[in-house]
Design a protein around this ligand. Structure first.
Ligand code: PAF
Length: 277
């Protein structure tokens, strides 16, 4: 596996590899089995499998979240190697965003003003900048993203349309621990007690699917009550939205055919999950 720290090294490495399709998985490191599922697909479906590891400061709206974000490049490198990665791009912040150099920024309209966009101002702008830059540098044929960040997948699909590039976005199903908790780099930051209670989030979402034909209001009340019953959990939002536009479904309509989006805080850790109705 070639490790590139600079854009120049990356360009050289890409031109040294045999010609063929490129499958790309952008990451912020702290890799886990959720990432590994993306790696396996990228490896199986392409001639070249490239990844990036870069904790992108401009997509964090909370300085503490950025400071506490888990980082362990040696472990990341091992997992990438085990999954047959050909090339990893792991630039420094200065390499990615040289001082004084303008970045290309994109607008995602209503996609970036709801849910994660509303709660984390500037988040999707930051994601758009870094993924746009990575796509320009790597020119992937296929790029793989986890559906845990469902809204991010919609934003990236819009990014590709705006950039007018050929990259195909491949959404991949959420990977879960045996007890149901959606795999996330942030899970490592949970206390043992919070980790033991956290599966209640998915258990609640799963139970709520039995109410898919009831109104969104009834379903929201159920989910809110279940989470409120766990004192260690604080619900940031639970929203039912259209799978394509991500716009909220009226409370009087049934949930079926839409997606439930949840964010729960446990201590200082923000957990996110979603489910299809
Ligand atoms: O999903 C992530 O880990 C990040 O948002 C991404 C796509 C790597 C951009 O920094």
């Amino acid at each position: 596996m070639i490790v590139c720290k600079t854009k120049k090294e990356l360009a050289q490495a890409l031109s040294s590899l045999p010609k063929g399709s490129i499958g790309f998985v952008p990451t912020m490191g702290a890799l886990h089995q959720g990432h590994a599922s993306l790696f396996k697909r990228a490896r199986a479906e392409n001639d070249i499998f490239a990844a990036s590891v870069f904790v992108n400061p401009i997509q964090f709206n909370n300085p503490d979240d950025l400071k506490n974000y888990p980082r362990n490049f040696e472990a990341d490198r091992k997992l990438l190697e085990q999954n047959g990665c050909d090339l990893v791009f792991a630039p420094s912040e200065e390499e990615m965003y040289p001082q004084g150099e303008a970045v290309k920024s994109y607008s995602f309209g209503a996609l970036e003003t709801v849910m994660e966009g509303a709660q984390r101002p500037g988040h999707f702008k930051g994601v758009g900048v870094v993924v746009g830059l990575l796509f320009e540098l790597i020119k992937p044929d296929n790029a793989y993203f986890g559906e845990k960040d469902f809204q991010q997948v919609a934003v990236i699909q819009d990014l590709v349309r705006q950039m007018g590039i050929h990259t195909r976005i491949v959404p991949c199903p959420i990977q879960r621990a045996e007890d149901g908790l959606a795999l996330s780099s942030r899970n490592a930051l949970l206390t043992p007690r919070h980790r033991a209670l956290a599966p209640e989030i998915y258990a609640t979402l799963k139970k709520s699917t039995q109410m898919a034909n009831q109104t969104c209001r009834e379903l929201k009340d159920f989910v809110c009550a279940q989470i409120a019953a766990v004192p260690e959990m604080e619900l940031e939002y639970f929203e039912i939205a259209r799978p394509d536009s991500l716009q909220s479904v009226p409370d009087t309509e049934p949930a079926a055919g839409n997606v439930g989006f949840i964010v729960v805080w446990m201590g200082k850790v923000r957990l996110i999950d979603n489910i299809r109705y």
